[in-house]
Design a binder for this molecule. Structure first.
Ligand code: GLN
Length: 204
C-alpha cells in the first residue's frame, strides 16, 4: 500500500505522529516515521496527545507501561484511541487489547482481541520469520511476543504468520496492532499503511 503518487508532499510532512516514549523501543519508530516524511513528537506527557494526528505505542514491557502511565495517563490515552488512529506494536498491542492472558492484565480495552503474553515460551525470546502482509511475503521480528488468540467481530486480519495463519497485524477502524516489530525490519510498508490510515482519518 504505497502513498498515492499525486498526494502533495505537504500532507505527509504536516502529519504529526506521536510515539509514546515512556519506555521501550520508541526511537526505531521515530526514525522509520521520519524516513516516511512524518513529523514525530516523542510523547512523554498526556497533554502532548492533544497536538498529534496519530500515535504509535511501541514495544517494551506492557506492565511497566501501565505503571508509568498511571490511572490518569491511561484514561487520557483511552480517550485518544477512541478518536485518533493508534498503532500498537507488541507491548502496545497488549495495551490495546480487550483481553490479556498470561497473566491477566487490564489495559486500554480498545481493540476486541485476546492476546497471550510471552506466548512463544521463554526459550524463544526472539525470532525472525517470514509472514504475509496484505498477502505479500514480509519479514517479521518477534521479541518475547504475544500471540493473538482471538479476534472479535469486525476486526480485520492484515498480516499472518506460519502455516496456521496466526494473526500478527490486525485492525479495527482507526486502531492497528501488531505482535511483531515492523520498526526493526528494513521494510517500510507497515508504517506506510499506518500513515495512510492517519491521512485518511484527517478532515480534508
Ligand atoms: N513481553 C512483553 C510484554 O508482555 C512484550 C514484548 C515486546 O514488546 N517486545 O509486555
Amino acid at each position: 500500500m504505497e502513498g498515492k503518487i499525486d498526494e502533495p508532499l505537504s500532507t505527509v510532512t504536516s502529519m504529526k505522529i506521536g510515539v509514546l516514549a515512556l519506555q521501550g523501543d520508541f526511537d526505531a519508530h521515530r526514525r522509520r516515521l521520519e524516513e516516511l516524511g512524518a513529523k514525530v513528537v516523542l510523547v512523554k506527557k498526556p497533554e502532548q496527545l492533544d497536538e498529534i494526528d496519530g500515535l504509535v505505542i511501541p514495544g517494551g514491557e506492557s506492565s511497566t507501561f501501565l505503571k508509568l502511565l498511571g490511572e490518569e495517563g491511561l484514561a487520557k490515552l483511552k480517550d485518544f484511541v477512541r478518536v485518533k488512529p493508534t498503532f500498537g506494536t507488541c507491548a502496545g498491542c497488549i495495551l490495546l487489547a480487550t483481553e490479556v492472558e498470561n497473566p491477566k492484565q487490564s489495559g486500554l480495552g480498545s481493540l476486541d482481541i485476546t492476546v497471550r503474553r510471552n506466548a512463544y515460551g521463554r526459550q524463544i525470546d526472539s525470532s525472525i520469520r517470514e509472514g504475509r502482509f496484505l498477502n505479500e511475503p514480509a519479514e517479521m521480528v518477534f521479541i518475547r511476543a504475544p500471540k493473538i488468540e482471538r479476534v472479535g467481530d469486525g476486526v480485520e486480519v492484515i498480516a499472518t504468520e506460519g502455516e496456521d495463519e496466526v494473526p500478527v497485524l490486525v485492525r479495527k477502524g482507526k486502531t492497528l496492532a501488531a505482535t511483531f516489530h515492523p520498526e526493526l525490519s528494513d521494510d517500510r510498508r507497515v508504517h506506510q499503511y499506518f500513515l495512510d490510515m492517519v491521512r485518511n482519518a484527517r478532515p480534508s
